[in-house]
Ligand binder design. Structure first.
Ligand code: FES
Ligand code: FE2
Length: 362
């Protein structure tokens, strides 16, 4: 197991050892050391709209692969439960539906929509039964506006990840943002998940890789703000005022021509706010050299769709994929171990590598 180290001084630092992207052992370790500990995106709260609705899903399919169940109980409270029956491990719910109770169809064990054990046939003789171990384990759910998140191990307070972003955009009418499945996408990328993230975390490549985006963004004014410990922001300022947010005086950015807020939350979530709304991007590890990137689009002002930095996102994505897939081929080389960072343009990537090293060395 390589010892990852990234110097806190960016001017002295070497980039993360390339083993991070190529070692199968490291890829396996990231599962528990990073993904089970951090906060992960579930989706919209209206996956369970009405009381009694249940929604089974797999958290990070092909990676964490955790079978979970979102429920809304009779009083309208949302619960996130393990979808695994506490008897012999059958999956309790297999499709979204509306129910009074959860009933395992293997041997009939029944649970409330809050996960509490209710009944079990043929168990009268069993001693010391039921106990709390017979309830479906519940997971913490964090709800920000309509978005739900969870952390499997729940060891890190959510504030360490979300606080700075939530404060910065607190003036936006997030509850009015409307999910647009038609504008949402899934991309399969032939690159390690971390390569996709670290590319996102620097605007350095914009003039080289994204001619279209570069035409609307003021590269000279592009700024990275690191939030400690576990998130960051890249602020894209517009060349043309027509492509900007109309910022209220309550916004700390009032007076700036903000074209886009690119927030990143460790390890794999991006929240891109444009004048038209929000694109949530989630990077899911699939294998050591593949990831799946999901774009969830939420529209706030339809008239601004396809303008400024929030236009042509499919093309920008394609340009990023092409470059990141090339990097995947490069980091496997016998001749590549480390690079160095631009002090002025790669602070976001350096911050990400520092956090990766911190989690891996725990
Ligand atoms: S596995 Fe669920 S009742 Fe037996
Ligand atoms: Fe890019």
């Amino acid at each position: 197991m390589p010892d990852f180290f990234v110097d806190p001084n960016i001017a002295k630092a070497k980039t993360l050892n390339a083993d991070f992207y190529t070692s199968p052992t490291v890829f396996e370790q990231c599962r528990e050391k990073i993904f089970a500990l951090s906060w992960q995106f579930i989706g919209n709260a209206d996956l369970v709209k009405e009381n009694g609705e249940v929604y089974p899903f797999t958290l990070l399919e092909n990676y964490l692969d955790e079978p979970l169940l979102l429920t809304k109980d009779k009083s309208g409270e949302i619960h996130l439960l393990s979808n695994v029956c506490t008897h012999r491990g059958n999956l309790v719910a297999d499709k979204p539906c509306k129910l009074n109770n959860l009933r395992c169809r293997y041997h009939g064990r029944m649970f409330g929509l809050d996960g509490k054990f209710v009944s079990m046939p043929e168990f009268k003789e069993v001693e010391n039964f039921p106990t709390k171990d017979d309830n479906l384990p519940g997971l913490e759910v964090f709800k920000w506006s309509k978005w739900l998140f969870t952390s499997v191990e729940n060891k890190y307070p959510k504030e360490l990840f979300f606080r700075d972003m939530m404060e910065r955009v607190s003036w936006m009418p997030l509850d009015d943002f409307k999910f647009e499945p038609g504008l949402s996408r899934v991309f399969n990328v032939k690159a390690n998940w971390a390569l996709y993230c670290e590319n996102y975390l620097e605007g350095f490549h914009i003039p080289f890789v994204h001619a279209g985006l570069n035409a609307v963004i003021d590269f000279g004014e592009y700024a990275t703000e690191l939030f400690f410990p576990y998130s960051s922001l890249q602020l894209g300022l517009a060349k043309n005022v027509a492509d900007c947010f109309d910022l209220p005086s309550s916004s700390p950015d009032h007076g700036k021509n903000v074209a886009a807020y690119y927030f990143w939350v460790f390890p794999n979530m991006m929240f891109n706010f444009y004048p038209w709304g929000l694109s949530v991007n989630v990077v899911e590890p699939v294998s050591i050299s593949e990831c799946r990137v999901k774009f969830f689009s939420y529209v706030w002002d339809e008239s601004k769709l396809d303008k400024g930095a929030g236009a042509g996102l499919d093309k920008v994505e394609q340009e990023d994929e092409e470059i990141v897939e090339n990097v995947q081929l490069g980091v496997r080389s016998r001749f590549y171990k480390h690079g160095r960072y631009s002090v002025t343009r790669e602070q976001g990537t350096h911050h990400f590598h520092r956090i990766l090293a911190e989690f891996m060395n725990k």
